[in-house]
Design a protein around this ligand. Sequence first.
Ligand code: FMN
Length: 293
Amino acid sequence: MVWNSGWRLASAASNSGILGLIGAGSMYPEVLREHIQKCKQATNKPFGVNVPMLYPNIQEIMDIIVEEGVKIVFTSAGNPKTWTTWLQERGITVVHVVSSVKFALKAQEAGVDAIVAEGFEAGGHNGRDETTTLTLIPMVKEHIHIPLIAAGGIATGKAMLATMILGADGVQIGSRFVASEESSAHEAFKKMVVDAKEGDTQLTLKELAPVRLLKNEFFNQVQELYKTGPTTEQLKNLLGRARAKKGMFEGDLVEGELEIGQISGLIHDIKPVSKIVEDILSEYESAKKQHLF
Ligand SMILES: Cc1cc2nc3c(=O)[nH]c(=O)nc-3n(C[C@H](O)[C@H](O)[C@H](O)COP(=O)(O)O)c2cc1C
């Protein structure tokens, strides 16, 4: 997760027994190298790197990933054909993030090792089709034969179990880890996430790259601009540069872009990653006993 998943969050996740991911999307190549190296020092468990493929310096990012010996890459926001074979030839497992059946099929065709299917509830950038996790997972499952990881709206063991009943082999969790002690997000943003209620987020900027945001002053400015029937250029101009950094990393809750999922309405505290994982897994185990057997 951009501006959240640095080496601290990724290594804490891996040390807790799940797969931590470093979010390369908010890092210059050499910053990514530093995070990978620190993560390797902080954990001897596997971890991966998420690479949104819409940035210009992807070759450099991928070279660093290979040089540093990272073994798992999650790609998103781009064509899975471009990098999958190149990464796999270098011994790397590739997981691609999609938000629709159509793109799940494309990813499978491209030869990825697994798919993350992310519903409309999810925080961060998303698809245009507004397909919810509850509907997306079984539909993707119907069409693909490779491992399926569910994402979007999962912050509890019960939700994890629900998506697995629907056909997921695993889950990817974002928003819950924003409100963790190890997330690199600004404390003010984490607090706003904890205070968020149902209805406080919305998917917007569909003409650019659709993104789910907390409703703050910047979000309101976007909505005001929509009333005038803006061009894509006008939307781009309003968004400007570094809005996400301003909001999530620097803590400007007024002018910043604040990415979080709908499930923020169910996140009430900032906890260490190990406690988040422990709580989710114990709830998952007891829900499984209660509901299945
Ligand atoms: C603040 C934030 C930043 C994110 N950044 C990325 C990213 O850089 N690349 C990506 O593939 N997904 C990104 N995501 C999506 C997450 O990886 C994950 O799929 C999503 O958060 C799951 O839904 P949830 O937020 O309901 O848990 C981000 C999500 C959040 C909340």
